[in-house]
Ligand binder design. Structure first.
Ligand code: AMP
Length: 636
């Protein structure tokens, strides 16, 4: 990479159309939104289209599958049903992945069949597939050999053989099988071998079977990138967008470039970011030169903060205010990585580069790290608390700016009048206004809403945010286990909060659980579940502790809320009432309910728990801000 490239982001280098690929294949590539060939593709495609053998040093993530699939498919004879292309892979996962890639690239080839064959799956269906005819077979060495021995795989018409991840096959002890298979392929067959490394045993195979193959490699030149702090986030592909949003919320950035692999991803992500309130635009090779320049100009002039770009479109881009580069999709090679992150740290400024790495891309990460001669440190996904902290800070700043800069006196008059007319304190009204202003970007986002997307991936977050999740008993339960008491007295949030016990006219006989009560009150009164205290279930009724000071209007509203089939009819518990022992009976099974008994009458009331409404439907929120404010003040 050099920094003498043009600064107008002019796309350069080869494009797919100039490589000589067949039209149907080109159409498929264009559908996929690939903008330009990756380095390994640019080098391999002409060699393979020219019928020569190829020895390629490349690893997963460089685009090597398309590097061999596209040229080989371009030369396929659609009428010949016996295998023309055989790809050997070390694992069944890779076999499936490569077969899927062939299927995708061959979508405009009529009568095309690809068959993955690997051990551990039913051989009969593979036999049937081979009998039906498949032009491309992708398999693991053991199973391919098995089919050769059974004479179910006919390699006589084979035109091309690809050894994918040859060093892995060696490492897994398949090299003898590979050689046996190689020996059974016709001499005229074109051969390609891809390997991340070139150990002696692989070189020997190459010498024996690939003759004077064209050698290509994605050179891993080393480069130092000072002034740029580099980190990576281990993440599953489908969590990337949420992770990006969190990072954008907490990082203090000026200008930013987000790198992706496809043109479609540039527009997709830019649109999503715009929808989330960021000022973002796409930069890809589909845009006219004039439009590209206009976009870059906007970034320079602070009219735009984020550009989502492909490598080609961002080539040579030189904008001083770019403080961050996010590699949303890992680059194909180390060169591109260095080129990408070099878009920040311009003109002597500090820069920050963040790289998203999926589990499959670990190896590329190591290789990039080596090539830049600088550590790429692991980072954690910003936690809920961090996101919330940033939102509060930003909102406070905005508020102070408005207070100091705008004429707000008429609104103060309005608030005073409103507060008198409705007997609502100005603080309560202000709290409601804050809520309204931040409805789409809550200052205190609910834990679940932000974290559910990250619950499954191991590498992608630290334990820290997980520990912040509410305790199990705080979350509404969906099971029907008998619950005598929800043990809420242990909650730290309730320390120092005055509590009042209320009576609800629903109990065990109504097939409800404490979580149904929590759901109803939390949703309708908008009290966070941590401020709902002790709940006891009796046969005919139940009791619940709530922070003191519930407004009358809210109490009235709760009268109309159903838990199970019945209205909860909440009222303060008579302090002198003697209570029976709390029921230990499990709720009756739903089947015991008389068939004609209605679940809930259509009275406009809301229902929680019981059947069929399990309390998980979305409900309109009522504010109980005073309670929350009081509770949090006392809890401190
Ligand atoms: P591979 O190295 O073959 O495992 O490919 C890695 C990923 O890059 C796959 O998801 C491909 O779909 C994608 N890919 C391959 N070539 C291109 C290209 N020229 N432009 C954009 N994406 C590509």
């Amino acid at each position: 990479m050099s920094d003498t490239e043009n600064t107008t982001a002019e796309p350069a280098g080869p494009n797919f159309a100039s490589l000589g690929l067949a039209d149907p294949v080109l159409r498929a590539v264009s559908d996929l939104g690939y903008e330009s060939p990756s380095p390994i593709q640019a080098q391999s495609i002409p060699v393979l289209l020219g019928g020569r053998n190829l020895l390629g040093t490349a690893q997963t993530g460089t685009g090597k599958t398309a590097a061999f699939a596209l040229p080989l498919l371009s030369q396929l004879d659609e009428k010949q049903r016996s295998p023309q292309i055989l790809v050997l892979t070390p694992t069944r996962e890779l076999a499936i992945q490569v077969a899927e890639a062939f299927q995708t690239y061959a979508r405009y080839l009529k009568q095309f069949h690809v068959l993955p064959i690997y051990g551990g799956s039913d051989i009969r269906s593979q036999l049937k597939g081979l009998q039906r005819g498949a032009q491309v077979v992708v398999g693991t060495p053991g199973r391919v050999l098995d089919h050769l021995r059974r004479n179910s795989l006919d390699l006589r018409q084979l035109r091309a053989l690809v050894l994918d991840e040859a060093d892995e096959m060696l490492r897994m002890g398949f090299i003898d099988d590979v050689e046996t298979i190689l020996a059974k392929t016709p001499d005229s067959c074109q051969r390609a071998l891809f390997s991340a490394t070139m150990p002696t045993a692989i070189k020997r195979v190459a010498n024996t079977y690939l003759g004077d193959a064209e050698q290509i490699s994605i050179a891993a030149k080393t480069r130092t990138v000072e002034r740029i702090s580099q980190s990576y986030l281990g993440i599953k592909h489908h969590h990337k967008m949420d992770a990006l949003t969190r990072i954008l919320e907490v990082e203090e950035f000026d200008g930013m470039i987000i790198f992706v692999r496809t043109k479609s991803a540039t527009t997709d992500i830019a649109d999503k970011l715009e929808a989330r309130g960021f000022s973002a635009a796409a930069l890809n090779g589909d845009l006219t030169q004039a439009l590209r320049e206009k976009t870059i100009d906007k970034l320079k002039r602070n009219q735009l903060d984020i550009i989502v770009a492909t490598d080609v479109a961002a080539r040579g881009l030189d904008v001083e205010r770019i403080s961050h580069v996010i590699n949303y999709d890992i680059p194909y090679d180390n060169e591109s990585y260095v080129h990408r992150i070099g878009r920040t740290g311009r003109a002597g400024r500090e820069g920050k580069a963040i790289l998203f790495v999926t589990p499959k891309e670990q190896r590329m990460l190591r290789s990039i790290e080596k090539s830049t001669r600088q550590p790429i440190t692991p980072m954690n996904l910003p936690t809920n608390a961090e996101v919330s902290g940033q939102r509060v800070e930003q909102f406070s700043r905005q508020l102070l700016k408005v207070i100091s800069g705008e004429e707000t006196a008429p609104f103060l008059n309005f608030l005073t009048q409103f507060s008198q007319d409705n007997e609502i304190s100005i603080e309560d009204a202000a709290a409601a206004l804050v809520w309204m202003a931040q409805k789409d970007r809550p200052l205190f986002p609910r834990q679940e809403a932000l974290e559910s997307n990250f619950s499954s991936g191991k590498p992608e977050r630290s334990d820290k945010p997980r520990r912040e999740r509410p305790q199990r008993e705080d979350r509404p339960r969906r099971d029907d286990r008998p619950q005598r008491d929800s043990k809420r007295e242990t909650k730290p949030a309730l320390a120092g909060v005055d509590m009042v016990t209320y009576r609800l006219e629903v109990g065990h006989n109504d097939q409800i659980t404490p979580s149904n009560i929590v759901g109803a009150i939390a949703n309708e009164a908008d009290i966070e579940s941590q401020y709902i205290g002790h709940i006891k279930l009796y046969d005919e009724f139940s009791t619940v502790e709530l922070p003191a000071g519930m407004p009358d209007a809210l109490l009235q509203h709760l009268q109309k809320v159903r838990v199970g089939a019945k209205l909860m009819r909440i009222s303060p518990l008579d302090k002198n009432a003697t209570l029976p022992a709390a029921s230990e009976r499990p709720p009756r099974s739903p089947s015991k309910r008389p068939a004609n008994k209605p679940h809930a009458k259509n009275t406009g009331a809301r229902g929680y728990g019981g059947k069929p409404d399990d309390g998980n439907r979305p409900v309109k929120k009522k504010k109980y801000g005073k309670l929350k404010a009081q509770a949090s003040k006392k809890g401190e």
